[in-house]
Design a protein around this ligand. Structure first.
Ligand SMILES: CSCCC(=O)C(=O)COP(=O)(O)O
Ligand SMILES: [Mg+2]
Length: 239
């Protein structure tokens, strides 16, 4: 299906939408798993680590959990691909260093970067809203196979600065931060629950349905869908 849309801003999900879940799970997750222990023991005074550890303890209901117990919880969430905020904070910290060292390079589906360049050149404002932390998103866009894509992106939103991705309120928060009318924002995601929440906040929403992705079989509910970004045409009205 081809979608023709009149919007000023596009907000992008990453995993399953711009980029392959398989890459995240097979490359990034093992990279973080092998480094949680060192981060928890060697950087326990870092404010991001302190905050994440406190959040893990709260989520597991064990206020006195030690580093070994915290690491166990992180690894269990990793196995379940649970998008827990403290897991994402620590992953972001670990991955950004991996990207900066050149040990990691991000992944984008072939149709994505040309579309982002096209939309940006046409004056469409591009933003990201992902469960991956803002630090991870920044590193992801900066270290793409096609170089630094961060200049294309105006704003980065995650579950800490915007809230959970299946709650309409999070999309209200992002629209206010962008300074755009909700109906002029398009959200692209692979997950029907996220598309529902964006639509409930008054946004336009298109489900991106790529073969091989976890949500491909389930589909995107009653949302318009696109198999690639090439099927999404954005024509901004100026009135
Ligand atoms: C650069 S973010 C890495 C991917 C990730 O950890 C994640 O949780 C992405 O989830 P999304 O909300 O983009 O589906
Ligand atoms: Mg996704």
């Amino acid at each position: 299906m081809t979608s023709h849309l009149d919007v000023d801003s596009v907000v992008l999900d990453i995993e399953g939408t711009t980029s392959a879940t398989g890459f995240v799970v097979d490359v990034l997750y093992p990279y973080s798993r092998s480094r949680f222990g060192a981060v928890l023991s060697e950087r326990s005074g870092d404010p991001d680590v302190l905050r994440a550890v406190a959040q893990v303890r709260e989520l597991i209901g064990e206020p006195d959990a030690d580093a070994v117990r915290v690491e166990k919880a992180l690894n269990e969430w990793l196995d379940e691909d649970r998008k827990a905020t403290p897991l994402k904070t620590l992953q972001g910290l670990i991955w950004s260093e991996g990207f900066a060292r050149g040990e990691l390079v991000s992944h984008f589906y072939d149709d994505v970067v040309p579309a982002l360049r096209r939309w940006h050149a046409a004056g469409v404002r591009l933003h990201v809203y992902s469960s991956g932390s803002v630090a991870a998103q920044r590193a992801w866009f900066r270290s793409s196979p096609e170089g630094d894509l961060l200049p294309l992106v105006e704003g980065l939103y995650d579950t800490e600065n915007a809230g959970p991705k299946q709650e309409p309120e999070s999309y209200v928060t992002i629209a206010a931060a962008i300074g755009a009318a909700p109906g002029r924002i398009l959200f692209l995601s692979d997950r029907p629950g996220e598309l529902d929440a964006a639509r409930a906040a008054g946004w336009q929403a298109v489900g991106v349905r790529r073969p091989g992705e976890p949500y491909y079989e389930q589909g995107v509910g009653d949302h318009p869908e696109a198999g690639t970004f090439d099927a999404i045409t954005i024509a901004r009205s100026t009135t």
